[in-house]
Design a protein around this ligand. Structure first.
Ligand SMILES: [Fe+2]
Length: 498
Protein backbone atom coordinates (compact mmCIF):
# COMPACT_ATOMS: atom_id res chain seq x y z
CA UNK A 1 0.00 0.00 0.00
CA UNK A 2 1.36 3.40 -0.98
CA UNK A 3 1.87 5.87 1.86
CA UNK A 4 2.42 9.57 1.12
CA UNK A 5 5.29 10.63 3.36
CA UNK A 6 4.39 14.33 3.52
CA UNK A 7 1.13 13.52 5.31
CA UNK A 8 2.96 11.62 8.05
CA UNK A 9 4.10 13.21 11.32
CA UNK A 10 6.98 11.68 13.23
CA UNK A 11 8.03 12.75 16.73
CA UNK A 12 11.68 12.15 17.63
CA UNK A 13 12.20 11.95 21.41
CA UNK A 14 15.78 12.02 22.72
CA UNK A 15 17.71 14.09 25.25
CA UNK A 16 20.73 14.19 22.91
CA UNK A 17 20.29 17.12 20.57
CA UNK A 18 22.81 15.88 17.99
CA UNK A 19 21.00 12.53 17.59
CA UNK A 20 17.64 14.30 17.20
CA UNK A 21 19.15 16.45 14.45
CA UNK A 22 20.62 13.51 12.53
CA UNK A 23 17.25 11.73 12.66
CA UNK A 24 15.34 14.89 11.74
CA UNK A 25 17.48 15.63 8.65
CA UNK A 26 17.28 12.08 7.33
CA UNK A 27 13.53 11.81 7.89
CA UNK A 28 12.80 15.23 6.38
CA UNK A 29 14.82 14.23 3.31
CA UNK A 30 12.33 11.37 2.90
CA UNK A 31 9.49 13.91 2.99
CA UNK A 32 8.15 13.22 6.50
CA UNK A 33 7.04 16.02 8.83
CA UNK A 34 9.28 15.85 11.90
CA UNK A 35 8.77 17.20 15.43
CA UNK A 36 11.15 16.94 18.38
CA UNK A 37 10.93 16.44 22.15
CA UNK A 38 13.68 16.20 24.77
CA UNK A 39 12.04 13.56 27.02
CA UNK A 40 8.76 11.75 27.74
CA UNK A 41 7.09 14.69 29.49
CA UNK A 42 8.01 17.06 26.68
CA UNK A 43 6.72 14.46 24.18
CA UNK A 44 3.28 14.35 25.90
CA UNK A 45 2.95 18.12 25.41
CA UNK A 46 3.72 17.78 21.67
CA UNK A 47 1.23 14.89 21.36
CA UNK A 48 -1.48 16.96 23.03
CA UNK A 49 -0.97 19.74 20.47
CA UNK A 50 -0.57 17.76 17.20
CA UNK A 51 -1.62 14.48 15.58
CA UNK A 52 1.36 12.16 15.59
CA UNK A 53 1.61 8.91 13.60
CA UNK A 54 4.91 7.58 14.86
CA UNK A 55 7.19 8.22 17.85
CA UNK A 56 10.87 7.32 17.61
CA UNK A 57 12.05 7.39 21.21
CA UNK A 58 15.14 6.79 23.26
CA UNK A 59 14.66 4.77 26.46
CA UNK A 60 16.93 6.54 28.97
CA UNK A 61 15.88 10.15 29.41
CA UNK A 62 15.45 12.56 32.34
CA UNK A 63 11.97 13.40 33.73
CA UNK A 64 10.06 10.62 31.92
CA UNK A 65 11.79 7.72 30.17
CA UNK A 66 10.72 5.96 26.95
CA UNK A 67 8.99 3.06 28.71
CA UNK A 68 6.90 5.44 30.85
CA UNK A 69 6.02 7.46 27.75
CA UNK A 70 4.80 4.30 25.99
CA UNK A 71 2.78 3.36 29.09
CA UNK A 72 1.05 6.78 29.03
CA UNK A 73 0.23 6.42 25.33
CA UNK A 74 -1.31 2.98 25.85
CA UNK A 75 -3.20 4.20 28.90
CA UNK A 76 -4.71 7.06 26.89
CA UNK A 77 -5.42 4.58 24.05
CA UNK A 78 -3.76 6.90 21.55
CA UNK A 79 -3.35 5.51 18.06
CA UNK A 80 0.40 6.23 17.69
CA UNK A 81 3.04 3.72 16.65
CA UNK A 82 6.21 3.48 18.73
CA UNK A 83 9.76 2.73 17.59
CA UNK A 84 12.48 2.43 20.25
CA UNK A 85 16.11 3.37 19.97
CA UNK A 86 18.02 1.40 22.56
CA UNK A 87 21.58 0.93 23.75
CA UNK A 88 22.87 -2.50 24.85
CA UNK A 89 22.29 -1.67 28.54
CA UNK A 90 18.57 -1.14 28.01
CA UNK A 91 17.85 -4.09 25.74
CA UNK A 92 15.69 -5.80 28.38
CA UNK A 93 13.53 -2.69 28.74
CA UNK A 94 13.19 -2.68 24.95
CA UNK A 95 11.77 -6.20 25.15
CA UNK A 96 9.29 -4.98 27.78
CA UNK A 97 8.32 -2.16 25.42
CA UNK A 98 7.63 -4.67 22.67
CA UNK A 99 5.41 -6.61 25.08
CA UNK A 100 3.55 -3.37 25.79
CA UNK A 101 2.87 -2.84 22.09
CA UNK A 102 5.87 -1.01 20.59
CA UNK A 103 6.10 -1.69 16.85
CA UNK A 104 9.86 -2.37 16.70
CA UNK A 105 13.26 -1.44 18.17
CA UNK A 106 16.59 -0.29 16.78
CA UNK A 107 19.82 -1.05 18.67
CA UNK A 108 22.22 1.89 19.10
CA UNK A 109 24.50 2.79 17.46
CA UNK A 110 22.65 2.43 14.16
CA UNK A 111 23.22 3.48 10.57
CA UNK A 112 20.71 6.07 9.44
CA UNK A 113 19.68 3.78 6.54
CA UNK A 114 18.56 1.15 9.05
CA UNK A 115 16.40 3.74 10.78
CA UNK A 116 14.75 4.69 7.46
CA UNK A 117 14.06 1.04 6.58
CA UNK A 118 12.47 0.40 10.01
CA UNK A 119 10.39 3.60 9.80
CA UNK A 120 9.17 2.73 6.33
CA UNK A 121 8.17 -0.81 7.45
CA UNK A 122 6.33 0.40 10.58
CA UNK A 123 4.43 3.00 8.54
CA UNK A 124 3.47 0.46 5.85
CA UNK A 125 2.10 -1.88 8.53
CA UNK A 126 0.28 1.08 10.09
CA UNK A 127 -1.38 2.02 6.77
CA UNK A 128 -2.46 -1.62 6.28
CA UNK A 129 -3.92 -1.70 9.81
CA UNK A 130 -5.87 1.52 9.22
CA UNK A 131 -7.23 0.24 5.90
CA UNK A 132 -8.25 -3.04 7.52
CA UNK A 133 -10.05 -1.16 10.30
CA UNK A 134 -11.81 1.09 7.77
CA UNK A 135 -13.00 -1.93 5.79
CA UNK A 136 -14.13 -3.74 8.90
CA UNK A 137 -16.14 -0.65 9.92
CA UNK A 138 -17.76 -0.54 6.47
CA UNK A 139 -18.68 -4.22 6.81
CA UNK A 140 -20.13 -3.53 10.28
CA UNK A 141 -22.22 -0.66 8.92
CA UNK A 142 -23.42 -2.74 5.97
CA UNK A 143 -24.49 -5.48 8.38
CA UNK A 144 -26.41 -2.92 10.44
CA UNK A 145 -28.00 -1.49 7.31
CA UNK A 146 -29.07 -4.93 6.05
CA UNK A 147 -30.47 -5.87 9.44
CA UNK A 148 -32.54 -2.68 9.68
CA UNK A 149 -33.71 -2.50 6.07
CA UNK A 150 -36.23 -5.32 6.27
CA UNK A 151 -37.86 -3.83 9.39
CA UNK A 152 -40.64 -1.27 9.48
CA UNK A 153 -41.97 -1.23 13.00
CA UNK A 154 -40.25 0.89 15.62
CA UNK A 155 -39.95 -1.80 18.29
CA UNK A 156 -38.15 -4.28 16.02
CA UNK A 157 -35.83 -1.53 14.71
CA UNK A 158 -34.82 -0.51 18.25
CA UNK A 159 -34.26 -4.10 19.35
CA UNK A 160 -32.19 -4.91 16.25
CA UNK A 161 -30.12 -1.73 16.63
CA UNK A 162 -29.29 -2.52 20.27
CA UNK A 163 -28.36 -6.07 19.30
CA UNK A 164 -25.99 -4.77 16.59
CA UNK A 165 -24.47 -2.33 19.10
CA UNK A 166 -23.87 -5.19 21.55
CA UNK A 167 -22.27 -7.28 18.82
CA UNK A 168 -19.92 -4.52 17.62
CA UNK A 169 -18.95 -2.72 20.84
CA UNK A 170 -19.28 -5.43 23.54
CA UNK A 171 -20.61 -3.10 26.27
CA UNK A 172 -21.58 -4.46 29.70
CA UNK A 173 -24.79 -2.48 29.43
CA UNK A 174 -26.59 -0.45 26.77
CA UNK A 175 -29.68 1.73 26.80
CA UNK A 176 -31.57 3.38 23.96
CA UNK A 177 -33.71 6.41 24.81
CA UNK A 178 -36.28 7.69 22.29
CA UNK A 179 -38.17 10.97 22.36
CA UNK A 180 -41.84 10.62 23.16
CA UNK A 181 -44.09 12.28 20.57
CA UNK A 182 -41.96 15.35 19.90
CA UNK A 183 -41.47 16.01 23.63
CA UNK A 184 -37.97 16.94 24.84
CA UNK A 185 -38.10 14.19 27.51
CA UNK A 186 -36.60 10.83 26.65
CA UNK A 187 -38.33 7.54 27.26
CA UNK A 188 -36.34 4.32 27.81
CA UNK A 189 -36.93 2.18 24.74
CA UNK A 190 -34.55 -0.79 25.04
CA UNK A 191 -32.19 -1.56 27.95
CA UNK A 192 -29.75 -4.50 28.07
CA UNK A 193 -27.13 -5.64 30.60
CA UNK A 194 -27.10 -5.59 34.40
CA UNK A 195 -25.56 -2.18 35.28
CA UNK A 196 -28.37 -0.12 33.67
CA UNK A 197 -31.12 -2.64 34.41
CA UNK A 198 -30.29 -3.06 38.09
CA UNK A 199 -28.98 0.35 39.17
CA UNK A 200 -31.82 2.84 38.78
CA UNK A 201 -29.75 5.77 40.13
CA UNK A 202 -27.06 5.10 37.54
CA UNK A 203 -29.69 4.92 34.79
CA UNK A 204 -31.31 8.15 36.01
CA UNK A 205 -27.91 9.93 35.87
CA UNK A 206 -27.27 8.64 32.35
CA UNK A 207 -30.78 9.72 31.29
CA UNK A 208 -30.09 13.24 32.56
CA UNK A 209 -26.86 13.34 30.54
CA UNK A 210 -28.77 11.93 27.54
CA UNK A 211 -31.24 14.83 27.71
CA UNK A 212 -28.31 17.25 27.81
CA UNK A 213 -26.65 15.47 24.89
CA UNK A 214 -29.84 15.71 22.80
CA UNK A 215 -30.46 19.36 23.66
CA UNK A 216 -26.91 20.39 22.75
CA UNK A 217 -26.15 17.74 20.09
CA UNK A 218 -22.99 16.64 21.87
CA UNK A 219 -21.49 13.15 22.23
CA UNK A 220 -19.75 12.07 25.43
CA UNK A 221 -16.83 9.74 26.08
CA UNK A 222 -16.32 9.52 29.85
CA UNK A 223 -14.14 7.43 32.14
CA UNK A 224 -12.40 7.71 35.50
CA UNK A 225 -9.99 10.33 34.11
CA UNK A 226 -12.84 12.74 33.40
CA UNK A 227 -14.12 12.62 37.00
CA UNK A 228 -13.24 16.22 37.84
CA UNK A 229 -15.13 17.50 34.79
CA UNK A 230 -18.32 15.59 35.54
CA UNK A 231 -21.60 16.75 37.06
CA UNK A 232 -22.49 15.22 40.44
CA UNK A 233 -25.35 13.15 39.02
CA UNK A 234 -22.83 11.13 37.02
CA UNK A 235 -20.53 10.13 39.86
CA UNK A 236 -22.09 6.68 39.93
CA UNK A 237 -20.75 6.05 36.45
CA UNK A 238 -17.33 5.43 37.98
CA UNK A 239 -15.18 3.48 37.79
CA UNK A 240 -16.86 2.64 34.49
CA UNK A 241 -16.40 3.96 30.96
CA UNK A 242 -19.42 5.58 29.32
CA UNK A 243 -20.03 6.44 25.67
CA UNK A 244 -23.14 8.41 24.77
CA UNK A 245 -24.25 9.59 21.31
CA UNK A 246 -27.39 11.51 20.24
CA UNK A 247 -29.50 10.15 17.37
CA UNK A 248 -30.13 12.93 14.85
CA UNK A 249 -31.95 12.42 11.57
CA UNK A 250 -32.11 15.13 8.92
CA UNK A 251 -35.51 16.21 10.15
CA UNK A 252 -35.48 15.54 13.86
CA UNK A 253 -33.85 14.78 17.18
CA UNK A 254 -34.76 11.13 17.58
CA UNK A 255 -33.09 9.89 20.78
CA UNK A 256 -29.82 8.89 22.48
CA UNK A 257 -27.85 5.66 22.82
CA UNK A 258 -25.60 5.10 25.85
CA UNK A 259 -23.07 2.28 26.34
CA UNK A 260 -21.24 1.35 29.53
CA UNK A 261 -18.20 -0.82 30.15
CA UNK A 262 -16.89 -1.80 33.55
CA UNK A 263 -13.39 -0.95 34.81
CA UNK A 264 -10.27 -1.31 32.63
CA UNK A 265 -12.19 -1.54 29.39
CA UNK A 266 -12.41 2.10 28.36
CA UNK A 267 -14.10 3.09 25.11
CA UNK A 268 -11.84 4.75 22.51
CA UNK A 269 -12.41 7.78 20.28
CA UNK A 270 -12.45 5.42 17.26
CA UNK A 271 -15.34 3.54 18.85
CA UNK A 272 -17.13 6.84 19.49
CA UNK A 273 -16.75 7.72 15.79
CA UNK A 274 -18.13 4.37 14.69
CA UNK A 275 -21.05 4.61 17.13
CA UNK A 276 -21.84 8.08 15.74
CA UNK A 277 -22.12 6.60 12.23
CA UNK A 278 -24.35 3.79 13.60
CA UNK A 279 -26.48 6.40 15.39
CA UNK A 280 -26.95 8.57 12.29
CA UNK A 281 -28.02 5.50 10.34
CA UNK A 282 -30.57 4.26 12.85
CA UNK A 283 -31.91 7.81 13.39
CA UNK A 284 -32.99 7.95 9.75
CA UNK A 285 -34.51 4.46 9.95
CA UNK A 286 -36.44 5.40 13.12
CA UNK A 287 -37.65 8.60 11.46
CA UNK A 288 -38.84 6.69 8.39
CA UNK A 289 -40.59 4.11 10.56
CA UNK A 290 -42.44 6.88 12.41
CA UNK A 291 -43.58 8.48 9.15
CA UNK A 292 -44.54 5.07 7.76
CA UNK A 293 -46.50 4.25 10.89
CA UNK A 294 -48.45 7.55 10.65
CA UNK A 295 -49.19 6.97 6.97
CA UNK A 296 -50.22 3.41 7.72
CA UNK A 297 -52.63 4.56 10.43
CA UNK A 298 -54.17 7.04 8.00
CA UNK A 299 -54.44 4.36 5.32
CA UNK A 300 -56.05 1.90 7.68
CA UNK A 301 -58.60 4.55 8.53
CA UNK A 302 -59.39 5.15 4.85
CA UNK A 303 -59.44 1.41 4.17
CA UNK A 304 -61.83 0.86 7.06
CA UNK A 305 -64.24 3.35 5.49
CA UNK A 306 -64.04 1.58 2.12
CA UNK A 307 -64.68 -1.81 3.71
CA UNK A 308 -67.70 -0.44 5.60
CA UNK A 309 -69.08 0.98 2.35
CA UNK A 310 -69.05 -2.53 0.81
CA UNK A 311 -70.58 -4.09 3.89
CA UNK A 312 -73.37 -1.48 3.87
CA UNK A 313 -74.37 -2.80 0.44
CA UNK A 314 -74.00 -6.49 1.18
CA UNK A 315 -75.27 -7.49 4.61
CA UNK A 316 -73.94 -11.03 4.45
CA UNK A 317 -70.37 -9.97 3.84
CA UNK A 318 -70.32 -8.06 7.13
CA UNK A 319 -67.03 -8.93 8.82
CA UNK A 320 -65.89 -11.07 5.87
CA UNK A 321 -63.14 -8.71 4.69
CA UNK A 322 -61.71 -8.26 8.18
CA UNK A 323 -61.90 -12.03 8.72
CA UNK A 324 -59.96 -12.68 5.50
CA UNK A 325 -57.37 -10.09 6.58
CA UNK A 326 -56.89 -11.72 9.99
CA UNK A 327 -56.66 -15.25 8.52
CA UNK A 328 -54.24 -14.11 5.79
CA UNK A 329 -51.88 -12.55 8.34
CA UNK A 330 -52.11 -15.69 10.49
CA UNK A 331 -51.12 -17.87 7.51
CA UNK A 332 -48.45 -15.34 6.47
CA UNK A 333 -46.83 -15.48 9.92
CA UNK A 334 -46.59 -19.27 9.73
CA UNK A 335 -44.89 -18.83 6.34
CA UNK A 336 -42.35 -16.46 8.02
CA UNK A 337 -43.22 -13.46 5.84
CA UNK A 338 -41.63 -10.15 6.85
CA UNK A 339 -43.54 -7.24 8.40
CA UNK A 340 -43.92 -5.42 5.06
CA UNK A 341 -45.54 -8.50 3.47
CA UNK A 342 -47.80 -9.05 6.49
CA UNK A 343 -48.93 -5.43 6.26
CA UNK A 344 -49.71 -5.87 2.57
CA UNK A 345 -51.64 -9.07 3.32
CA UNK A 346 -53.75 -7.36 5.97
CA UNK A 347 -54.62 -4.41 3.75
CA UNK A 348 -55.30 -6.62 0.73
CA UNK A 349 -57.50 -8.84 2.92
CA UNK A 350 -59.63 -5.89 4.03
CA UNK A 351 -59.84 -4.50 0.48
CA UNK A 352 -60.04 -7.66 -1.62
CA UNK A 353 -63.78 -7.30 -2.36
CA UNK A 354 -63.87 -3.49 -2.59
CA UNK A 355 -64.86 -3.88 -6.28
CA UNK A 356 -68.26 -5.21 -5.17
CA UNK A 357 -69.20 -1.55 -4.66
CA UNK A 358 -69.76 -1.52 -8.43
CA UNK A 359 -71.93 -4.71 -8.54
CA UNK A 360 -75.73 -4.15 -8.65
CA UNK A 361 -77.50 -4.94 -5.38
CA UNK A 362 -79.84 -7.54 -6.90
CA UNK A 363 -76.83 -9.66 -7.93
CA UNK A 364 -74.88 -9.05 -4.75
CA UNK A 365 -77.71 -10.01 -2.41
CA UNK A 366 -79.38 -12.71 -4.55
CA UNK A 367 -80.53 -15.47 -2.15
CA UNK A 368 -79.93 -18.25 -4.75
CA UNK A 369 -77.06 -19.19 -7.11
CA UNK A 370 -76.13 -16.70 -9.83
CA UNK A 371 -76.94 -17.49 -13.49
CA UNK A 372 -74.20 -17.26 -16.14
CA UNK A 373 -74.94 -13.67 -17.05
CA UNK A 374 -75.02 -12.54 -13.40
CA UNK A 375 -71.83 -14.44 -12.69
CA UNK A 376 -70.09 -12.59 -15.56
CA UNK A 377 -71.09 -9.30 -13.90
CA UNK A 378 -69.86 -10.55 -10.50
CA UNK A 379 -66.53 -11.53 -12.10
CA UNK A 380 -65.87 -7.87 -12.89
CA UNK A 381 -65.28 -6.99 -9.20
CA UNK A 382 -61.47 -7.46 -9.26
CA UNK A 383 -61.20 -5.09 -12.25
CA UNK A 384 -63.43 -2.51 -10.51
CA UNK A 385 -61.20 -2.89 -7.41
CA UNK A 386 -58.12 -2.26 -9.54
CA UNK A 387 -59.63 0.97 -10.88
CA UNK A 388 -60.42 2.19 -7.36
CA UNK A 389 -57.11 1.17 -5.73
CA UNK A 390 -54.95 2.55 -8.53
CA UNK A 391 -56.15 6.02 -7.45
CA UNK A 392 -54.40 5.66 -4.07
CA UNK A 393 -50.60 5.91 -4.40
CA UNK A 394 -49.78 4.27 -1.05
CA UNK A 395 -51.81 1.16 -1.99
CA UNK A 396 -49.77 0.43 -5.14
CA UNK A 397 -48.20 -2.72 -3.63
CA UNK A 398 -51.49 -4.40 -2.81
CA UNK A 399 -53.10 -3.77 -6.21
CA UNK A 400 -51.90 -7.04 -7.85
CA UNK A 401 -52.94 -9.05 -4.75
CA UNK A 402 -56.50 -7.72 -4.86
CA UNK A 403 -56.75 -7.91 -8.64
CA UNK A 404 -55.67 -11.59 -8.78
CA UNK A 405 -57.42 -13.01 -5.70
CA UNK A 406 -59.82 -15.11 -7.85
CA UNK A 407 -57.15 -16.72 -10.03
CA UNK A 408 -56.69 -20.51 -9.76
CA UNK A 409 -53.37 -22.37 -9.84
CA UNK A 410 -54.65 -24.46 -12.81
CA UNK A 411 -55.23 -21.24 -14.80
CA UNK A 412 -59.07 -21.58 -14.83
CA UNK A 413 -59.74 -18.58 -12.56
CA UNK A 414 -60.45 -14.93 -13.35
CA UNK A 415 -59.89 -12.09 -14.30
CA UNK A 416 -56.75 -13.06 -16.35
CA UNK A 417 -56.75 -16.88 -16.17
CA UNK A 418 -53.08 -16.97 -15.19
CA UNK A 419 -51.68 -20.07 -13.45
CA UNK A 420 -49.56 -20.96 -10.41
CA UNK A 421 -46.16 -19.38 -11.16
CA UNK A 422 -47.69 -16.19 -12.55
CA UNK A 423 -50.08 -15.55 -9.66
CA UNK A 424 -48.59 -13.26 -6.99
CA UNK A 425 -47.71 -15.30 -3.88
CA UNK A 426 -49.77 -13.10 -1.56
CA UNK A 427 -52.82 -13.35 -3.88
CA UNK A 428 -52.63 -17.18 -3.54
CA UNK A 429 -52.74 -16.79 0.25
CA UNK A 430 -55.79 -14.49 0.08
CA UNK A 431 -57.48 -16.97 -2.27
CA UNK A 432 -57.24 -19.86 0.26
CA UNK A 433 -58.41 -17.90 3.32
CA UNK A 434 -61.08 -15.98 1.34
CA UNK A 435 -62.74 -19.25 0.33
CA UNK A 436 -62.34 -20.70 3.83
CA UNK A 437 -63.88 -17.64 5.51
CA UNK A 438 -66.76 -17.54 3.02
CA UNK A 439 -67.53 -21.26 3.49
CA UNK A 440 -67.50 -21.05 7.28
CA UNK A 441 -69.79 -17.94 7.42
CA UNK A 442 -73.53 -17.48 6.77
CA UNK A 443 -74.32 -16.32 3.22
CA UNK A 444 -77.46 -14.93 1.52
CA UNK A 445 -78.10 -18.34 -0.06
CA UNK A 446 -76.87 -20.79 2.64
CA UNK A 447 -75.88 -21.21 6.29
CA UNK A 448 -72.25 -21.50 7.39
CA UNK A 449 -70.60 -24.87 6.70
CA UNK A 450 -68.92 -26.73 9.58
CA UNK A 451 -65.14 -26.20 9.33
CA UNK A 452 -64.51 -29.90 8.65
CA UNK A 453 -66.68 -29.61 5.51
CA UNK A 454 -64.74 -26.50 4.43
CA UNK A 455 -61.50 -28.44 5.05
CA UNK A 456 -62.66 -31.27 2.74
CA UNK A 457 -63.59 -28.79 0.00
CA UNK A 458 -60.16 -27.12 0.27
CA UNK A 459 -58.45 -30.53 0.07
CA UNK A 460 -60.51 -31.44 -3.01
CA UNK A 461 -59.45 -28.23 -4.78
CA UNK A 462 -55.84 -28.43 -3.60
CA UNK A 463 -53.45 -28.19 -6.58
CA UNK A 464 -56.23 -27.09 -8.99
CA UNK A 465 -58.07 -24.14 -7.46
CA UNK A 466 -55.65 -23.45 -4.60
CA UNK A 467 -51.94 -23.86 -4.07
CA UNK A 468 -51.50 -27.26 -2.38
CA UNK A 469 -48.80 -26.24 0.14
CA UNK A 470 -50.88 -23.27 1.30
CA UNK A 471 -53.97 -25.47 1.73
CA UNK A 472 -51.93 -27.98 3.73
CA UNK A 473 -50.41 -25.24 5.91
CA UNK A 474 -53.76 -23.54 6.56
CA UNK A 475 -55.52 -26.79 7.51
CA UNK A 476 -52.66 -27.58 9.89
CA UNK A 477 -52.99 -24.15 11.55
CA UNK A 478 -56.76 -24.52 12.05
CA UNK A 479 -56.37 -28.12 13.29
CA UNK A 480 -53.55 -27.24 15.72
CA UNK A 481 -55.04 -24.03 17.08
CA UNK A 482 -58.73 -24.98 16.96
CA UNK A 483 -61.34 -23.37 14.70
CA UNK A 484 -63.09 -21.69 17.66
CA UNK A 485 -59.88 -20.00 18.79
CA UNK A 486 -59.09 -18.78 15.29
CA UNK A 487 -62.57 -17.25 15.01
CA UNK A 488 -62.20 -15.51 18.38
CA UNK A 489 -59.41 -13.33 16.98
CA UNK A 490 -61.71 -12.08 14.22
CA UNK A 491 -64.49 -11.25 16.69
CA UNK A 492 -61.98 -9.29 18.76
CA UNK A 493 -60.79 -7.33 15.71
CA UNK A 494 -64.36 -6.61 14.62
CA UNK A 495 -65.22 -5.06 17.99
CA UNK A 496 -62.21 -2.77 17.60
CA UNK A 497 -63.09 -2.02 13.99
CA UNK A 498 -66.74 -1.11 14.72
FE1 LIG B 1 -63.74 -11.64 -4.27
Amino acid sequence: MEVKNDSIRILVVDDEESLREICRDALEDEGYQVLEATDGRDALKVIAASNIDLIISDLRMPEMNGFELLEKIKEKQLDIDFLIMTGFATIETAVDCMKLGAADYLPKPFKINHLLVKVSKVLRDRAAKIEQKRLSNIVRLLNLSNALNSLLDLKSICQEFVMQVQKNFSPDSVVLFLRRDDQPLLGKSVCRGRPFREDSDLLAGVQKLAEQSLAENVSYLLDSKSISALPVFLERVFPHSLMLVPLFSQMNKVGVVALLRKENRNFTSDELNLLSVFAAHVATTVQNATIYSRMRDQNIHIIGSYAKAVEAKDYYTKGHSEGVAVYAVRLGRHLHLNSRELDALYTAGVLHDIGKIGIPDHILNKPSSLDDEEFEVMKSHPAIARDIISQVGTLKDILPIVYHHHERVDGCGYPDGISDQQIPELAKIISVVDSFEAMTSDRAYRKALPWEKARDILLKGSGTQWHSELVEKWIKIVTDEGFENIQKEIRLKLTRFA
